[in-house]
Design a protein around this ligand. Structure first.
Ligand code: AMP
Length: 419
C-alpha cells in the first residue's frame, strides 16, 4: 500500500476526500472547524511538495441538486484562511474539468457538495413512499453503473487519490471507495488524519494496558449493541450511562417512569449482562439518576433510584452517586474508551454528569492512562467543556469509530488497501 509519508506530490494533482461535513449556524457561518483542521496536515503536505489539491466532501443530507443550505461554497473562505492559500470553488462537482485542468502546483480547488448527486451514496431519490422492495432494489441497481461513472469522472480530475475522511470511511460511497478502482496501487493512499485515527483505535484495541474501561452513553442501545458485544471480549470494565441505561433497568424489572427505552431490546440487554458475568467483565450501571418532569432544560429536577422513577419523570442526567462509583473505576484505568454522553448534555441544567465524566477522563489521562474519545456527541461534549486537549485522542468519526472497534473492515480503508 502506498504511504503518504513517502509520496512526492510534486507536479501532481491530488484529489482528496476530506470530511468537511462541518456545523454551520443559521447564517451559514462555521461554528466548529475541528474537521477542517484535521485535514490540514495532508492538504499542506501536498501543496508543500509542489502538488495541486482538489478537495471533495459531502455536507449534510441534501435531497436535491443544488440545495444551497448544504453548499460547500459557504466554507471556501474558512478553508482558504486555514490552508493559507486562496481556494477556488467548482459550483458543480461534475463540471470541474476546466478548473481541474488549469490548476497549477500550489493551488487548491474545492468541489461542491458531492451529495447533490444521488450517485455519491448510490441511494436512489424520488422513489414513491410506498414503493415496493422490488422497485427499490431495481432503482438501486440502475444507479450502480451511474455511480461508477460518477466516481470515474471525479478520478479523471487528478493523478492520485488520497482518502482522509475517517468520518465516512464506513460508507461504500463513490468518493470514499468506488473511486479507488480508478487509480493504481502506487497512486492511492490514506491521508495523515486517517492514519492517526487507525493508530488511535489500534492502541485501544490491540495494545491494551489494563485495566481497560469503556464508557458508553447516548440515547439508544440499538445503535451500540454490536460494539457492546465486541467490547465484552476486550474490556475489564464497562460503564453504561445515559438514556441507554434505562432499557437495562426496565429489563431488570425496574420502574423507569417516562425515561427513554427500547422495549424490544430488553431481552438483549439481559443477555449482555449475563454474557458480561460469564466473561468476568464488570458492568457498572447508574445507581441513581437526575430526573426531570419534562424533556426541557427548565424541567424540575429530582434524584431518583434508577429502578424507581415515578411516572411523569424521566432520567436525564447521571447522579453524583453514580459519578462517584464511575470515578473510582475511571481513575484506576490505564486504557479508556469513551463514546456517548451520560445525560442530555445539550441542556446546561442536565450537563453536569457528562462534564464530570469528561473531567475524570482528563484526570486519568494526566495520571498516565491512554484515552480515546469518539462519536459525534462525546466530541461535541469534550469540546464544549474545553477538555479536548487533555485526553489522548479525539476521534473525528462516530459511526466509523464504532464499526472499527467492532472489528468491521471499513470500506474506505479496504478500497485503498485493495481488499
Ligand atoms: P447517541 O447518538 O446514541 O450517542 O446519543 C446521543 C444523545 O443521547 C445526546 O443527544 C443526548 O442528549 C442523548 N441522551 C443522553 N442521555 C439521555 C437521557 N437520559 N435521556 C434522553 N436522551 C439522552
Amino acid at each position: 500500500m502506498q504511504n503518504i509519508d513517502n509520496y512526492n506530490f510534486k507536479g501532481k494533482k491530488a484529489i482528496v476526500r476530506v470530511d468537511f461535513n462541518v456545523p454551520l449556524d443559521e447564517n451559514g457561518k462555521l461554528t466548529d472547524d475541528t474537521r477542517i483542521r484535521g485535514a490540514l496536515p495532508t492538504l499542506k503536505k501536498i501543496l508543500a511538495d509542489g502538488g495541486a489539491v482538489i478537495m471533495m466532501s459531502h455536507m449534510g443530507k441534501p435531497k436535491k441538486n443544488p440545495d444551497m443550505k448544504f453548499s460547500l461554497g459557504q466554507i471556501v473562505d474558512a478553508v482558504s484562511e486555514r490552508l493559507g492559500v486562496p481556494v477556488k470553488f467548482a459550483p458543480d462537482c461534475m463540471k470541474a474539468d476546466e478548473l481541474a485542468k488549469n490548476l497549477k502546483p500550489g493551488e487548491a480547488l474545492l468541489l461542491e457538495n458531492l451529495r447533490f448527486y444521488p450517485e455519491e451514496e448510490g441511494k436512489p431519490r424520488d422513489l414513491a413512499k410506498d414503493a415496493s422492495d422490488e422497485v427499490k432494489a431495481a432503482a438501486k441497481a440502475a444507479l450502480k453503473p451511474k455511480q461508477k461513472e460518477f466516481a470515474k469522472h471525479l478520478a479523471s480530475y487528478a493523478d492520485c487519490y488520497v482518502n482522509d475522511a475517517f468520518g465516512t470511511a464506513h460508507r461504500k460511497h463513490a468518493s470514499t471507495a468506488v473511486i479507488a478502482d480508478f487509480f493504481d496501487t502506487d497512486n492511492k493512499m490514506l491521508g495523515f488524519l486517517m492514519n492517526k485515527e487507525i493508530t488511535a483505535i489500534d492502541n485501544v484495541m490491540n495494545n491494551i494496558q489494563r485495566p481497560f474501561t469503556a464508557i458508553l452513553g447516548g440515547s439508544k442501545v440499538s445503535s451500540k449493541l454490536g460494539v457492546i458485544r465486541s467490547l465484552l471480549d476486550k474490556v475489564d470494565n464497562l460503564i453504561i450511562g445515559g438514556g441507554m441505561g434505562f432499557t437495562f433497568f426496565k429489563a431488570q424489572g425496574g420502574k423507569i417512569g417516562d425515561s427513554l427505552h427500547e422495549d424490544d431490546l430488553m431481552p438483549e440487554a439481559l443477555s449482555v449482562l449475563e454474557e458480561a458475568k460469564k466473561k468476568g467483565v464488570n458492568i457498572s450501571l447508574s445507581v441513581a439518576t437526575v430526573a426531570g418532569d419534562s424533556f426541557s432544560n427548565d424541567a424540575h429536577q429530582k434524584v431518583c433510584d434508577t429502578h424507581n422513577i415515578p411516572d411523569g419523570w424521566e432520567g436525564m442526567d447521571a447522579s453524583q452517586a453514580s459519578l462517584d462509583n464511575w470515578k473510582k473505576i475511571i481513575m484506576a484505568s490505564k486504557t479508556i474508551l469513551w463514546n456517548g454522553p451520560v445525560g442530555v448534555f445539550e441542556f446546561p441544567n442536565f450537563a453536569k454528569g457528562t462534564e464530570t465524566i469528561a473531567k475524570y477522563v482528563a484526570e486519568a489521562t494526566k495520571a498516565g492512562a491512554y484515552s480515546l474519545v469518539g462519536g459525534g456527541d462525546s466530541v461535541a461534549a469534550i469540546n464544549k467543556f474545553g477538555l479536548a486537549d487533555q485526553v489522548s485522542y479525539v476521534s473525528t468519526g462516530g459511526g466509523a469509530m464504532l464499526e472499527a472497534i467492532e472489528g468491521k473492515v471499513l470500506p474506505g480503508i479496504a478500497a485503498i488497501k485493495g481488499e
